[in-house]
Design a protein around this ligand. Structure first.
Ligand SMILES: NC(=O)c1ccc[n+]([C@@H]2O[C@H](COP(=O)([O-])OP(=O)(O)OC[C@H]3O[C@@H](n4cnc5c(N)ncnc54)[C@H](O)[C@@H]3O)[C@@H](O)[C@H]2O)c1
Length: 361
């Protein structure tokens, strides 16, 4: 009988803890890069989104010749006030040759890891490398939005660029206190800032990861300095943006999958012909990344299925690849497999026999 490997939330957390979260994000950055480097081989399409007053629920598929994968994810900015997560997800890999599921996983933690890894990948190609040495400041990362994604973003930029100094801001003081406590424990030097403009001051990279279902200007244009790289991850659906349109207009903008980002990203506020570059084209050397040291670059991140499937494959390979399944994995009977493939009813008939023997005994 074919059973499906399943990784639940405690098992994912244990897997990340065992490998170390910063190491996992660094490895996922390489895994996502490998798939961006073979983008033309992949089947890609914009995600399917179901919008409601409170948020969005999305199905995100991607595939290659051997593996199909998808993620089911939501974005509900008002959820934390009701005690729920803003983002919750699960994902699945499916074998292309027979269509059978092969791996099922929680993807709430995995989404935070892959979003951070993709931010690191963008920074790898677009951000200036901060100079480090005697008398030279270590790199600074401004984090605007101190919610669920924030620690993962901080670890990603430290792993990629060595940014160990955080300047943080959130409208919610409790979220700031949470990030301050956790990030200090992770060895970061944390400065709490009065507002977003203050946080961005002197930063090499600015990450906006706020949640608000409206076209917000989280970071005013006059706070964005020459040479900064912005990872804008919170503006990820229609009517939900973070950056000042003037910043987007004067920056070089990089996206995941242009048809999806035109609808969901910061560029939804720009005219349809506004120039953008898909990041995979920079990864493969087909397009230019940062042009010069003064250019402002933006990674207009909305999250794309290729990143999720790369992440699921990486995790599945790590847990199952040796042929000796890891103890963290559970096995689910998700596939109906009668002895005769045409006799599906035999499974129901056998259950009826079992049920009647229980009743008569
Ligand atoms: N691009 C991607 O791939 C991707 C992946 C995951 C999440 N997201 C998005 O990232 C955002 C953050 O996700 P999360 O899980 O951390 O959400 P969260 O709700 O846990 O945290 C968001 C934080 O933003 C703060 N905030 C809201 N408005 C603000 C403002 N104007 N200035 C400063 N802070 C503000 C909130 O107080 C909250 O602490 C969401 O919008 C989510 O949809 C994007």
């Amino acid at each position: 009988m074919t059973r499906v490997a399943y990784l639940d939330v405690p098992a994912t957390a244990a897997w990340v803890a065992r490998r170390g979260p910063e190491r996992v994000i660094a490895d996922l950055t390489d895994a996502v890069e490998r798939d961006f480097a073979r983008w033309p081989e992949l089947e890609t399409r914009p995600r399917l989104a179901s919008h409601s007053r409170d948020g969005v629920i999305e199905l995100m598929p991607a595939a290659d010749a051997t593996t199909f994968g998808f993620k089911l994810v939501n974005g509900h900015p008002r959820n934390p006030a009701r005690g729920y997560q803003t983002v919750t997800a699960l994902g699945m890999l499916v074998d292309v040759h027979n269509g059978y599921p092969s791996f099922l996983a929680e993807m709430t933690i995995l989404t935070a890891l892959r979003t951070a890894a993709t931010s690191a990948l963008a920074a790898r190609y677009l951000a200036r490398r901060p100079s480090v040495g005697p008398g030279v400041h270590a790199g600074v990362h401004a984090l605007i939005g101190c919610g669920a994604q924030s620690e993962f973003q901080a670890l990603a930029l430290r792993a990629e660029l060595g940014l160990n100094r955080l300047r943080v801001f959130d409208v919610d003081d409790a979220a700031v206190a949470k990030l301050h406590r956790t990030a200090t424990g992770l060895g970061f030097e944390v400065t709490v800032c009065a507002d977003a403009a203050d946080a961005a001051r002197g930063a090499d990279v600015v990450t906006t990861c706020t949640a608000d279902k409206r076209n917000a200007t989280v970071l005013p244009d006059d706070a964005v300095r020459a040479g900064q790289h912005l990872n804008a991850i919170g503006g990820d659906c229609p009517g939900k943006t973070e950056l000042d349109p003037a910043t987007v207009a004067r920056a070089a903008v990089f996206v995941e999958h242009e048809p999806q980002t035109r609808v969901e990203g910061e560029i939804q506020n720009r005219p349809p012909g506004f120039p953008v570059t898909e990041l995979w084209r920079v990864v493969t050397g087909q397009a230019e990344g940062r042009r010069d040291a003064d250019q402002v670059t933006i990674f207009d991140s909305v999250g794309f299925a290729v990143e999720d499937v790369a992440t699921l494959r990486f995790v599945a390979d790590d847990l199952l690849g040796t042929g000796v399944p890891d103890e963290l994995v559970q096995w689910l009977d998700l596939i109906a497999e009668p002895a005769d493939p045409k006799d599906l009813f035999s499974l129901v008939a056998a259950a009826q026999v079992r049920a009647s023997s229980v009743m008569t005994s």
